[in-house]
Design a protein around this ligand. Structure first.
Ligand code: RTP
Ligand code: MG
Length: 139
């Protein structure tokens, strides 16, 4: 079953020049890039994207970080694309959870500035695709 997932190459990764490296890993894994856009996230989109974390201590800083510079938003497609990209990304904390060989494990040091986002379920993916790429919403 082909799946879609919403990926963000976060502002830290764009600022550090890792867009090509990360897209290369996505392509080498075999996932298809079906939408790709460099943009600075407006506050309302960022807040809606991370609404599940509202009230957590890191939430205000997370919104500031994610809106603080250009990011790359993408839609990936492929068999088990959601899990496949999260495998490439590695665990949330680049040091405590992500292992070497993953994007976060290879390039990250901090829990917040962890380079990438990938949807965590089919429901999240469809919600996030509709938010970032309204013209690609399922219905
Ligand atoms: P994401 O949603 O960005 O793909 O990351 P995730 O599923 O691996 O992690 P999640 O728990 O959803 O957290 C969302 C993002 O919030 C930032 N964060 N900072 N300072 C902290 O302790 C902390 N914890 C999470 C990270 O940018 C994380 O990716
Ligand atoms: Mg998450």
């Amino acid at each position: 079953m082909t799946e879609r997932t919403l990926v963000l190459i976060k502002p830290d990764a764009v600022a550090r020049g890792y867009v090509g490296e990360i897209l290369g890993r996505i392509e080498r894994k075999g996932l298809t890039i079906s939408a790709l856009d460099l943009r600075t996230a407006p506050g309302d989109i960022a807040a809606a994207h991370y609404a599940e974390h509202e009230g957590r201590p890191f939430y205000p800083g997370l919104l500031e970080f994610i809106t603080g510079g250009p990011l790359v938003a993408a839609v990936l497609e492929g068999p088990r694309a959601i899990a496949a990209f999260r495998q490439l990304a590695g665990g949330t904390d680049p040091v405590e959870k992500a292992v070497p060989g993953t994007i976060r494990g290879d390039f990250g040091l901090e829990a917040q500035e962890n380079l990438v986002h990938g949807s965590d379920s089919v429901e999240s993916a469809e919600r996030e695709i509709a938010l970032w790429f309204p013209h690609l919403a399922a219905n």
